[in-house]
Design a protein around this ligand. Structure first.
Ligand SMILES: *Cc1c(COP(=O)(O)O)cnc(C)c1O
Length: 244
């Protein structure tokens, strides 16, 4: 036995992070079983915000190949750090994307979960050349439109009533492909309280012929899956509490 180095893929449950990841994956399977869904229809995005690059490499080595960040500078730092040997993750941008960060972020992301304005689409069109040929798959950028379905005043995302206009802008654009809708549910004591939010997002998506649903975080991803989530964005349940 050689001593594993930080860059050696281990794919075991022997580290605390790998054990937590295995636990999350098991709970995803259980939630799917409860409602008769195929677990392969749910993508787990590990939200690595505030975690140092070596922890992210550990997660990649444990097989977590979809990762999310919500701030441009953090996404850039993580995406530019060397990945675990031979394993390149797909980076998902999950926070509000400022237009002045579009040029830097575009080359590194696999999907955008927080499309929230026609002006952001215009900026992506203007900066599309930055995406280049390397890295992300060719073609349009998969996007989820972020909807503030709970109507909370402090939340990001568009109002449901604004969805048709933004969908029209997106469908006229050569650079974005709207995959579905995304929401961040309000913090509640009992995760069951988020069920109506997730259900409302599913119904809104279905009304517009959209299949993708990016919804569910550490506290509520099993409920989100029961309500149809195709992507769950899970941070603390995998990585532990956030660092300062
Ligand atoms: C931080 C964050 C998450 C993950 O949150 P956890 O509670 O740690 O699972 C998911 N989505 C968004 C948009 C986030 O900012």
């Amino acid at each position: 036995m050689t001593t594993p180095t930080r860059t050696t893929p281990t794919r075991t449950t022997s580290t605390p992070l790998a054990a937590r990841l295995a636990d999350v994956r098991a709970r995803i399977v259980e939630a799917c079983e409860r409602v008769g869904r195929d677990p392969a229809s749910v993508t787990l995005v590990g939200v690595s915000k505030t975690q140092p690059p070596e922890v992210v490499r550990e997660a990649i080595a444990a097989g977590l190949l979809d990762l999310g960040e919500n701030r441009a500078q953090d996404l850039l730092a993580q995406a530019q750090a060397p990945a675990a040997a031979g394993l390149a993750p797909r980076w998902h941008f999950i926070g509000h994307l400022q237009r002045n960060k579009v040029r830097e972020v575009l080359p590194h992301i696999y999907a955008l979960h927080s499309l929230d304005s026609a002006r952001l689409i215009e900026e992506m069109e203007r900066r599309w050349d930055a995406r280049g040929a390397a890295g992300p798959p060719p073609g349009r950028l998969p996007c989820y439109i972020e909807v503030n379905i709970g109507g909370e005043a402090q939340k990001t995302g568009i109002a449901p009533a604004a969805l048709p206009a933004l969908l029209a802008s997106a469908s006229a654009s050569p650079v974005v492909a709207v995959t579905g809708l995304m929401t961040v549910a309000p913090q509640v004591v009992d995760p069951e309280e988020t069920r109506p939010i997730f259900r409302a997002l599913r119904e809104l998506a279905a009304a517009h012929g959209l299949r993708g649903l990016s919804m569910g975080m550490t506290e509520d991803y099993p409920v989100a899956i029961e309500e149809g989530a195709t992507v769950v964005r899970v941070g603390r349940a995998i990585f532990g509490e956030r660092r300062a």
